[in-house]
Write a new protein. Structure first.
Length: 384
DNA sequence: AACAGGGGCAACCGCTTGCCG
DNA sequence: TCGGCAAGCGGTTGCCCCTGT
């Protein structure tokens, strides 16, 4: 059965011959591809437009990078996949010269196996049950030297060494020097509700001072500020990290004070909180409801904070989309109208970080409330 | 040398999305 | 608002090549 666009045509299928490639390249080079359905006819090809498009995009495009994936590209794929899931086109955008098809094939043929070999579920990036059981037997420590927690995605090692104290990290590297931190003491009655992580898949957020250090440039997310996220497996005591960087991002970090009850984490089952203030680029958080940021260190700017956008007071706390971040649970139950950033995004335009990815990162925070279904990584997938 | 099995990759299929009349 | 069309996208298939027996 042919494509819809060519069902009435007699089209060739299967592998492309060099002659066909040449015809297509010549035509596209000379005329472009404003309408793919017209391309085969004008190029003298017995193919459907859809096939021509695929051939061009996946193989003939001059800007394609051929050959094996580098270690860096591999790490990038894993990192972004952890956030976006099987959204190959989105992942491929972070790999110049690579196509979604190429990334997908590489994932299925190589990376997936590596993750499984490391004891990680390639779909969720969480520990596989077998590995979790094994590691739990070691009281959360890494007994084998093949600890998935050592699979630190950015290669920078910012959070690898902080397994014991840094469950989840969001930071941005380049303006680290402009910020210091203040610690907000968690009200004891509030902290458990906010940080309880009820199941194995709970993702935790926290702050890692080390993660605030500048990190070398990353090839992806070149359209926004950087975010570094680090995940610790609550039960196994393991941690992995991901970095979303770009050269213009501001620095920020979040921190949980030591000794937070039950793991310092954002819960799938609870309303979760990530605090950043896009009024100053990002993570310029100042006057935050102490109940919301219990146990967190909230970064404050040291130098010339940017003026707040319209509709926001300096230092007001805004994060993500309200519908995403403020899903109810303990936080919402207390009447907190948190994380509504829509007015900021649409208004002053002061944010510079990758909203799409950031939102993907943030989604998990609230989606489990009122029906904590699925796992953390599935909740990360942005529901566009 | 022949064969089987597996891996990698290119291409296809079908659904979704966006645009336009 | 609706329907048709084209493009985008992710999942799947099938072919080719390599390796082990």
């Amino acid at each position: 059965m042919g494509h819809h666009c060519c069902s009435k045509q007699k089209v060739k299928r299967g592998l492309w011959s060099p002659e066909e490639d040449e015809k297509l390249v010549k035509y596209i080079t000379a005329h472009g591809h404003s309408c793919w359905s017209a391309v085969p006819k004008h190029a003298g090809l017995q193919r459907c437009g859809k096939s021509c498009r695929l051939r061009w995009i996946n193989y003939l495009r001059p800007d394609l990078k051929r050959g094996t994936f580098s270690d860096h590209e591999e790490r990038t794929i894993i990192d972004v996949h952890r956030i976006l899931g099987n959204r190959w086109a989105q992942i491929a955008k972070h790999l110049p010269g690579r196509t979604d098809n190429e990334v997908k094939n590489f994932w299925n043929s190589c990376i997936k196996k590596k993750l499984i070999a490391q004891g990680l579920d390639p779909k969720t990036h969480n520990l596989l049950p077998a590995s979790r059981t094994l590691l739990q037997g070691g009281n959360g420590a890494n007994p084998s030297g093949n600890n998935p927690a050592q699979f630190h995605s950015n290669g920078g090692g910012a959070a690898v060494g902080s397994v014991a104290t840094t469950p989840f990290t969001i930071s941005s590297p380049t303006k680290a020097a402009a910020y210091d931190t203040v610690t907000v003491t968690p009200p004891p009655e509030m902290a458990p509700a906010m940080y309880d992580v009820p199941n194995h898949d709970g993702m935790l957020m926290g702050h890692d001072q080390a993660a605030a250090a500048p990190i070398p440039a990353y090839p992806y997310l070149d359209n926004g500020g950087g975010v570094l996220m680090s995940f610790r497996d609550q039960n196994a005591g393991l941690q992995t990290s991901m970095d979303f960087m770009n050269g213009s991002s501001s620095s920020s970090s979040m921190d949980h004070a030591a000794g937070m009850p039950n793991g310092n984490g954002f819960s799938q089952g609870m309303g979760a909180a990530a605090f950043m203030d896009v009024t100053a680029g990002m993570w310029n958080t100042a006057a935050v409801d102490s109940a919301m940021c219990a146990g967190m260190e909230v970064v404050q700017p040291q130098q010339q904070p940017l003026p707040p956008p319209q509709g926001l007071l300096q230092g007001e706390m805004v994060v993500g989309r309200q519908a995403v971040m403020n899903g109810g649970g303990a936080v919402a139950d207390k009447g907190m109208d948190m994380m509504d950033v829509s007015s900021v995004y649409g208004g002053a335009g002061t944010t510079t970080f990758d909203l799409e990815l950031m939102e993907s990162c943030a989604l998990f925070c609230g989606s489990g409330v009122g029906g904590a279904t699925g796992n953390a990584m599935e909740q990360l997938q942005w529901d566009c």
